[in-house]
Write a protein that binds this ligand. Structure first.
Ligand SMILES: C[S@@+](CC[C@H](N)C(=O)[O-])C[C@H]1O[C@@H](n2cnc3c(N)ncnc32)[C@H](O)[C@@H]1O
Length: 279
């Protein structure tokens, strides 16, 4: 069987099994099996697979059909133009979270010694993207999950920022050793009752998704701890889920009446980031 035939066959199987992006997923699995780039895949497209390669490839296809996300099978996810290692201990970073990075960079780029904390870092994608784009910033990245922090550590090492991103195990802001200028967080915000409906076959950690009865429990928990952890004039950037903007901004303006609050939509037009500026 040639690479092309393997791809076509897999795409048909994925389509028949309602797997979105069937073509892309087939390519990622084949490239992972053969350990080749996309360009090499197209150069070799009419080459024959060896029996061992075929066996290894169909094994991965079977894992995908059993519900394992391709990203966990390959161990790679691109975020903000960078390659991150991911496994089932961490949420798979979503493209819409790149907005948090963009907003944070805009706020921090003219403050050389800025201190930033990313809360709930997961695989570290946000904190590491910030560290690489803000060479003089001091960055903390926290998570309550020790296995997630292990993944973040591996990614810090991979991107050469282990000495710049301080990884802290702890609940929300508890482990932060000093007040910071900017807090960035993509906390779990899915309603508990919607978890199964939204993620029926997900192997992502529930700890990374479950936002409690109304989805906002973790966000409220973080905001209630801001006092003494966010410097005067500091900023908070929170990723939120679709339809949560009014509840979050109302909560924040009651908690911190003098703060400036703004909501920014993502590329799909969904209100995605709530920014708060202490004044
Ligand atoms: C939605 S995931 C975001 C992961 C990563 N920042 C990203 O955007 O891909 C939320 C993360 O928050 C962590 N988390 C959940 N509860 C927490 C808490 N009380 N304190 C700190 N981190 C928490 C989870 O372990 C998970 O890694």
């Amino acid at each position: 069987m040639t690479l092309k035939q393997a791809l076509n066959r897999t795409r048909e199987i994925f389509v028949a099994n309602n797997i979105a992006d069937a073509r892309l997923e087939s390519e990622l699995l084949l490239r992972h099996t053969l350990n080749i780039s996309q360009t090499q895949l197209y150069i070799d497209i009419n080459q024959e697979l060896s029996p061992e390669q075929e066996k290894a490839f169909w094994h991965l296809v079977k894992r995908r059909l059993n519900g394992e996300p391709t990203v966990y099978i390959t161990g790679h996810r691109e975020f903000y133009g960078l390659d991150f290692y991911v496994d089932p201990n961490v949420l798979i970073p979503r493209p819409e979270s790149e907005l948090l990075v963009e907003k944070a960079l805009k706020l921090a780029q003219h403050q050389p010694g800025v201190t930033i904390a990313e809360i709930g870092t997961g695989c570290g994608a946000i904190a590491i993207s910030l560290a690489l784009n803000l060479p003089q910033a001091k960055i903390y990245a926290t998570d309550i999950s020790a296995p997630a922090l292990k993944v973040a550590r591996a990614n810090c090492q991979k991107h050469g920022v282990l000495n710049r991103v301080r990884l802290l195990l702890g609940d929300m802001l508890d482990s932060l050793p000093q007040p910071v200028d900017l807090i960035v967080a993509n906390l779990p915000y899915v309603k508990e009752s919607e978890l199964l409906a939204q993620f029926p076959v997900s192997s992502e950690p529930r700890l990374a998704l479950n936002g409690g009865p109304d989805g906002l429990e973790r966000i409220r928990q973080l905001c209630r701890q801001l006092n003494g952890k966010l410097r005067p004039e500091g900023y908070l950037l929170l990723e939120i889920g679709q339809g949560q903007e009014t509840a979050v901004t109302t909560f924040l303006s009651n908690l911190l009446p003098s703060a400036e609050i703004e909501v920014t939509p993502d590329l799909s037009g969904i209100d995605r980031v709530v920014s708060l500026h202490l004044t």
